[in-house]
Design a binder for this molecule. Structure first.
Ligand code: APR
Length: 311
């Protein structure tokens, strides 16, 4: 393939993302993990699936960084996942140290890459990667909104018994309990959700979306969701690799947009070859604006906590 994507962390999210990237034949994939043998074993297993899945993507597993050189995109999933009873924020100090270290390694070898951060707490980890890489803001982003809106879409489709393909959902804000799903911009075949469902049903779906990650953590008991997170990261990567210019909700570094400054937070952006090519601003109602401000305050609090840590 003429494109290369490095995936850091060969755990559940990382290995699943590698599989999807290869099976869509988007790029060659380099899978990196700190545990000896795991990225090599998973890459080899995926290589052996290739004749059946009919793709020619090359998969390399490694514990070192040489093979990552010249990547077009680096997806960072390294870190520890949540256990039942833990919030994403509980992962802050452990994952900050890991994300800082791996970002420095990849940034040195792939200075032109776009970084897609998946490790949680997402918005705070974007700050860590932004600082550690020194990359322009257009080339550092977080995967959260695509996942949150996919969850919302799945619940809308189940509720109305319609194809998921007919659904669009709009989610703003941080990746956490303060995320801001916007029902009036969420549609089924172009019809706004409030035309199709009473407010209390919409609120129930919104609440399930907010709790979407925790619902899965409590079922799995060890580890957190990975099929949908991997799909979401790969959708972002595809839009960049193919320069599709899809508008997707991603964690982006804002400098005044939506009245928010110096903070990574989820907003709709246009994703193309250069990474974030545009932040799409829409006019919010007072209520929506207040919910976004509240979400930004929660992210700011984590950013402040990060500044106190020696990671
Ligand atoms: N360098 C490379 N890989 C590392 C490092 C490091 N310094 N530290 C940890 N890892 C690897 C682990 O060895 C493990 O294989 O990261 C991988 C994480 O995989 P899982 O434990 O399976 O976790 P996963 O479910 O993939 O979630 C990863 O994404 O969604 C978020 O909250 C989630 O922060 C978590 C991350």
């Amino acid at each position: 393939m003429d494109k290369k994507v490095t995936v850091i962390g060969a755990g559940n999210v990382g290995a699943t993302a590698a599989q999807r990237l290869a099976e869509k034949e988007l790029c060659d994939v380099v899978l990196v993990d700190i545990v000896e043998g795991v990225p090599q074993g998973k890459a080899l297993d995926l290589t052996q699936a290739a004749p059946i899945e009919k793709h020619d993507a090359k998969l390399t597993g490694t514990n070192a960084y040489e093979a990552t050189a010249g990547s077009d995109i680096v997806i960072i999933t390294a870190g520890i996942p949540r256990k039942p009873g833990m919030s994403r924020d509980d992962l802050l100090s452990t994952n900050a140290g890991i994300v800082k270290k791996v970002t420095r390694e990849v940034a040195a070898r792939s200075p032109e890459a776009v970084l897609i951060i998946v490790s949680n707490p997402l918005d705070a980890m974007c700050h860590v990667a932004y600082e550690a890489s020194g990359f322009p803001k257009q080339r550092v982003m977080g995967m959260a909104g695509v996942l949150d809106s996919a969850r919302f879409r799945a619940f809308i489709a189940l509720e109305l018994n319609v194809s998921v393909e007919n659904t669009h959902a709009f989610v703003l804000g941080g990746h956490g309990d303060t995320m801001v799903p916007l029902p009036r911009f969420s549609t089924v075949a172009g019809i706004p959700l409030p035309e199709l469902l009473p407010p209390e049903r919409i609120e129930a779906l919104v609440q399930r979306t907010r709790n979407g990650g925790a619902e899965i953590v409590s079922l799995l008991k060890t580890g957190s969701a990975y099929y949908a997170p991997a799909s979401a990261a790969v959708e972002m990567a595809e839009s960049i690799l193919k320069d599709k210019k899809k508008i997707l909700p991603c964690a982006a570094y804002l400098e005044g947009e939506y009245g928010i400054r110096d903070l990574f937070i989820g907003v709709p952006v246009k994703l193309g070859r250069g990474g974030i090519e545009q932040v799409i601003e829409i006019r919010l109602t007072d209520e929506e604006s207040a919910a976004l401000k509240k979400s930004a305050a929660a992210v700011q609090e984590l950013k402040n906590a990060l500044a106190q840590l020696n990671y």
